[in-house]
Design a protein around this ligand. Structure first.
Ligand code: BMP
Length: 231
């Protein structure tokens, strides 16, 4: 399966003992023709020497791929906009925010700014860890309503609880993509989320901590193809 047809988004969360930029460039170099995109977040960002290094990473990923920044934003709109401006400047184009902050003066402001800059909003409606059932899952219908009202491009829902993905798909139809983390060390298997209705599986350690990331990506693409009847 080529990169354009792949359902894999690689989470670039580096291990402790590496130069983070070299580590990312190596994984990107090995996998970029085989995946749909990459997600970077705080585990990487807090270890960059300079924010300029972001442009190296975005350029290595290339234009055709999803270049997702995962800060799980949850602030007032103006502050979220100023937090993401540098990432847009350096070439990232998808941004993850929490949906519980709501649209007015919050996600609405963020999404307008993103759309003006050819960038897209992804909201979190449920999470892959068990604590998500304590609050988020009990209001997932309202979090979805916020996400649909603001016009989110995609929503994050957990591969570890496929019933939530099914619920999300039923309620949003084709209005937004579903991106699902939780595969590998968190317990779900490759393909579990896609079979429940997700569009992409966000996969980190299962790929990045393997000595052969390219091989693992190929294997997961094969599993996805056979489950979806593609190929
Ligand atoms: P891994 O496949 O190594 O478990 O990584 C999962 C990635 O998805 C991490 O970057 C994590 O921040 C993210 N994630 C998650 O695991 N669960 C969620 O509910 C939302 C996430 O963004």
């Amino acid at each position: 399966m080529s990169g354009s047809g792949s359902r894999i988004i690689v989470a670039l969360d580096p291990p402790d003992d590496v130069n983070v930029v070299d580590w990312c460039l190596s994984i990107i170099g090995e996998t970029r023709d085989l995946v749909a995109g990459y997600k970077i977040g705080l585990p990487l960002l807090v270890r960059l020497d300079s924010i300029n290094e972001l442009s190296l990473l975005a350029r290595a990923m290339g234009d055709g791929l999803l270049r997702i920044v995962d800060l799980k934003l949850a602030d007032i709109g103006d502050v979220m906009v100023s937090s993401i401006k540098p990432f847009i400047h350096y070439g990232f184009n998808y941004f993850i925010a929490h949906s519980f902050i709501g649209c007015r003066d919050g996600l609405g402001v963020l999404n307008s700014f993103l759309r003006e800059n050819n960038a897209w909003l992804i909201t979190v409606v449920s999470m892959s860890h068990r604590g998500s059932v304590e609050v988020m899952d009990s209001i997932v219908d309202r979090l979805l309503e916020v996400s649909v009202n603001v016009g989110a491009w995609g929503v994050v829902a957990p591969a570890t609880r496929p019933e939530i993905i099914r619920f999300v798909r039923k309620h949003i139809g084709s209005r937004a993509r579903i991106l699902s983390p939780g595969i590998g060390p968190q317990g779900a298997r490759p393909g579990d989320a896609l079979m429940a209705g997700a569009d992409y599986e966000i996969i980190g350690r299962m790929i990045t901590r393997n000595s052969g990331p390219r091989h693992v990506v190929k294997e997961i693409n094969k599993i996805h193809e056979s489950l979806l009847g593609e190929g």
